[in-house]
Design a protein around this ligand. Structure first.
Ligand SMILES: [Zn+2]
Length: 462
């Protein structure tokens, strides 16, 4: 059955024809098959189901290339407890994330997926440990997922960072690789191919050289996408220098881990020489601007791109809002560069859409183009904050809000229509998450060890 979305403002993502006014997109079997003036497309697909996009922008969905959905309950507290940028680097004394049960975690996972869908996300790389426990839940939501099982062989509770050499636990090395292999066997390619399994080394200071070596072998054997938090904290940099005598990017390059098919996340505590290593390695860089800004540092993203790195965007922790992420990416980089013009909005949107999909290994998505997978969104362009809508591609980045997204389609299937998420019960999930979150955080505050520095203003209500 064909579907024609007509009378819309199509922001294609293509440089040659960026905006098509009063245009239509035809979709058959999950693919975009036609694109052009509404009258022409409607005539060509005369028997198709028709949906009007009058007053709306039709554009590609966004690819969030680095998320931790299972940590969403940290929001509002953890955002103001970031790792120090100077010694001592320890986070001892911070209020810790509360432990929650697996059923409580599932409520928060659904909450995170809701937020992702409502902010125009169509693909997510979820990084977490023990994904086997919730791979099915995520797959069943209809979103496109890359499930990156995060592994580490650092002994639990080991303190990172003030010039001490790192130690590792070899018992965890093989078990880590086995966990990825098992997840791959059970979940790779399920849900009509929308779920992919990937490998995630936690970070250079959280995985031994042996584990990185094992991951390189596993990646080659199974053809996996891989990822790693890289140069995320200055404490990590000092620990790798103290243990291996080089910087984290140099360390991973020596181990053969930094290469094509690897998404290096953050890359914000680096030297220009490190950036050269990263950019020439073939690895892609996931820029996480909101969490970077919160941490008071940022990667040199335009420099990395100019030196050859492919760029994508990620929300990281405590939010799934890709609209905020795209806008922050532009704003933070202009501040860092001291440049009033660079990067331009269309360029940053491409990081979030087309380039993000390409980094995830999907070259036929992220733009509205005949032949591409129908992962797309509609955005209400009639709101006060979007008039005049004479440069819609720029409006999407500078002025549109997640709340303007009205419809989301993945693989040709609607998962949100007219702001209603069709695959999850929003009202009950938000209600439950609120209850569980209050209970869990209140327990965490009550049982915090003496001397814990909780951020100000935590209030549990009556
Ligand atoms: Zn992360």
């Amino acid at each position: 059955m064909a579907l024609v979305i007509h009378s819309g403002i199509v922001v294609t993502g293509d440089e040659a024809r960026p905006v098509l006014w009063n245009s239509a997109v035809a979709i058959i079997a999950g693919r975009i098959v036609g694109l052009g003036p509404s009258e022409d497309v409607l005539a060509r697909y005369a028997g198709a189901e028709q949906i009007s996009a009058h007053g709306k922008i039709v554009t590609s969905g966004l690819a969030n290339c680095h998320a931790h959905l299972s940590r969403i309950h940290g929001r509002g507290v953890m955002d103001d407890q970031n790792a120090p940028n100077t010694s001592p680097f320890s986070r001892a004394g911070f209020l810790r994330m509360p432990k929650i049960s697996s059923s409580e975690r599932d409520v928060f996972l659904r909450l995170a997926v809701l937020e992702a869908i409502k902010s125009g996300t169509t693909a997510i790389m979820e990084v977490g440990s023990g994904l086997e426990a919730y791979a099915g839940l995520l797959g069943s939501t209809g979103l496109r997922f890359f499930l990156a099982e995060q592994v580490s062989d650092r002994p639990a509770g080991a303190i990172v960072g003030d010039g001490k050499a790192l130690t590792f636990d070899s018992l965890q090395t093989d078990a880590s690789l086995q966990r990825i292999r098992a997840l791959h066997e059970r979940h790779n390619g399920v849900y009509d191919g929308r779920v992919h399994v990937a490998a995630a080394a936690h970070a250079p200071d959280m995985a031994s050289p042996e584990l990185f070596g094992g991951l390189v072998g596993l990646q080659d054997e199974l053809g996996l996408l891989a990822t790693v938090h890289l140069s995320q904290y200055w404490g990590e940099v000092r620990a790798i220098e103290a243990t291996f005598g080089v910087s984290p990017p140099q360390h991973l390059q020596k181990l053969g881990y930094l290469r094509e098919g690897v998404v290096a996340v953050h890359c914000r505590c680096t030297t220009p020489e490190d950036d050269e290593v990263i950019a020439h390695s073939g690895a892609s860089v996931c820029y996480t601007p909101a969490v970077s800004a919160r941490s008071g540092n940022s990667c040199r993203v335009m420099d990395l791109e100019a030196a050859g790195a492919k760029i994508c965007l990620g929300t990281d922790e405590f939010t799934q809002d890709m609209f905020e992420t795209v806008r922050t990416a532009l704003l933070l980089e202009r501040v860092r560069l001291g440049d009033s013009m660079r990067p331009q909005s269309e360029h940053v949107w491409r990081w979030g859409a087309q380039s993000g999909y390409a980094v995830l290994g999907i070259s036929d998505a992220g733009a509205i183009r005949a032949g591409n997978i129908a992962d797309l969104i509609m955005v209400d362009a009639s709101a006060a904050h979007l008039a005049p809508n004479i440069r819609p591609a720029a409006n999407l980045v500078h002025h549109a809000r997640a709340g303007d997204v009205t419809d989301v389609m993945v693989d040709g299937r609607w998962i949100m229509r007219d702001r209603k998420v069709l695959v999850l019960d929003e009202e009950s999930i938000v209600h439950e998450a609120e209850e569980i979150g209050r209970r869990a955080w209140s327990r965490a505050v009550e049982t915090a060890p003496p001397g814990t520095r909780a951020p100000s203003g935590i209030y549990f209500g009556a």
